[in-house]
Design a protein around this ligand. Sequence first.
Ligand SMILES: *Cc1c(COP(=O)(O)O)cnc(C)c1O
Length: 223
Amino acid sequence: MSIADNLIQIKRSLPKGVSLVAVSKTKPVSAIIEAYNTGHRLFGENKVQELVEKCNQLPEDIEWHMIGHLQSNKVKFIAPFISMIHSVDSLKLLNEINKEAMKNNRTINCLLQFHIAEESTKYGLNLEEAISVLHSSDFAKMENVNIKGVMGMATFTNDNEQVKKEFSLLREIFVKLKESFFLDNPDFSEISMGMSDDYQIAIQQGSTIVRIGSTIFGVRIKH
Ligand SMILES: *Cc1c(COP(=O)(O)O)cnc(C)c1O
């Protein structure tokens, strides 16, 4: 099956209200163009340099999502064009995003990334840390970031019950934050969870954004 066929088939299978980030990391511009030519516009990358290079070579109407760990000192390179940052895991990073968004005279959509997996290697906040970010006076002053919801990655395991539990936890975190901080803010509405191997479970647990790479573009050499 071709990239276009894979993409079309996955999109057909998604319930209404669930959007698809086509994760094109490590894949060439030609692969992205093939996906683009089906009408798809939403792509995700996890490295700043690769993201900037691809953005420069591809049509302007692509919506780029940053899904990988982001260092504060690199925010400036993506601030002019990024349409969503899924990986906000500190107040320091959020401050930097706000500052660079302001310089570019725009608002940047952000998701708070949570650590829901067993593995210690995955980045992300816990609920307590997120509450402290959202209560901070710094956050109260930010005018150029828009917190759209939460993001998380489940443990890499064949144990579907475990994955289900972790996605369910992320949904509970979303609900708690919604009730405590965003009740009158309809923008806070997104739960980004689910990848090639677990997106069906994620959707059952309330995902609104799935991030799928290898099922569309084929397996990657690790990166
Ligand atoms: C690579 C990546 C994905 C996509 O993974 P696949 O298993 O190829 O679908 C999703 N989310 C993040 C954060 C990633 O780094």
